[in-house]
Design a protein around this ligand. Structure first.
Ligand SMILES: O=C(O)COP(=O)(O)O
Ligand SMILES: [Mg+2]
Length: 223
């Protein structure tokens, strides 16, 4: 698909768009659940729950076996265990999706400044970008804790455009979920979604986007 004309910059999501991190999430969550003597989750649970940040993921994981009171009581402890386990494996059970490096190279070759914007905590996101050889493509990288609110709120996109010095209407968001699409719509950014990521178990094509691609290197210059 053709990139929108007159583009000034591109913002790229991380989990489900650039890196298949489901394996990392499964391992870290199951080690956390083991510490808490709770039953394990599977890959399908992760694929339909990832996208709204780690706090949400942990709350949803605990809510499988706990009532609201139990989730509240266990949360701090669960988060500490999870953080420890996630940081110990970060990237070990994760792979860059096909076409990502080629796609980033092509966007960079067009002279477009790139930013990574993820709901993943910054302390997880930056080492993952490094480990997977993606960091060098990005002028800026922001995690879910970088701003007051996360996607689907438009604030992180608007702040990222500000950091890149680009106009939202001329900054393309590339993501994999309804959170990316809604944030982009509300910020006034054009948005393209990949078809292979995590979208809360819903068909991604039902999300409000300007286009869909099966690989990032399908995006072609407008001229
Ligand atoms: O960590 C998450 O929940 C999702 O992160 P993403 O914004 O990179 O898809
Ligand atoms: Mg994502």
């Amino acid at each position: 698909m053709k990139l929108p004309a007159g583009l000034q910059g591109v913002i790229v999501d991380l989990d489900g768009t650039m890196v298949d991190t489901a394996g990392d999430f499964v391992v870290a969550l199951n080690r956390m659940l083991g510490d808490l003597a709770l039953p394990p989750i599977d890959h399908a649970f992760v694929a339909r729950t990832v996208g709204k940040g780690s706090e949400h993921l942990i709350r949803q994981t605990l809510a499988r076996t706990q009532d609201a009171e139990g989730v509240h009581r266990l949360y701090e402890d669960a988060w500490a265990h999870y953080q420890h386990h996630y940081l110990a494996i970060n990237g070990e059970h994760a792979a860059v999706f096909p076409g990502v490096i080629e796609g980033l190279r092509r966007l960079a070759a067009l002279g477009l400044p790139l930013a990574c914007l993820t709901n993943k905590p910054t302390a997880f996101a930056l080492p993952l970008l490094e480990r997977k050889g993606l960091a060098a493509y990005f002028r800026r990288a922001f995690g879910g804790d970088a701003f007051e609110r996360k996607k689907p709120d438009p604030l992180p996109l608007l702040k990222t455009c500000e950091a890149l010095g680009t106009e939202p209407a001329r900054t393309l968001m590339i993501g994999d979920s309804i959170n990316d699409a809604m944030a982009a719509r509300a910020a006034g950014c054009p948005v393209v979604l990949v078809t292979y990521g995590y979208n809360h178990g819903e068909p991604v094509r039902s999300a409000p986007a300007d286009g869909f691609v099966d690989r990032l290197d399908e995006l072609e210059p407008a001229f």
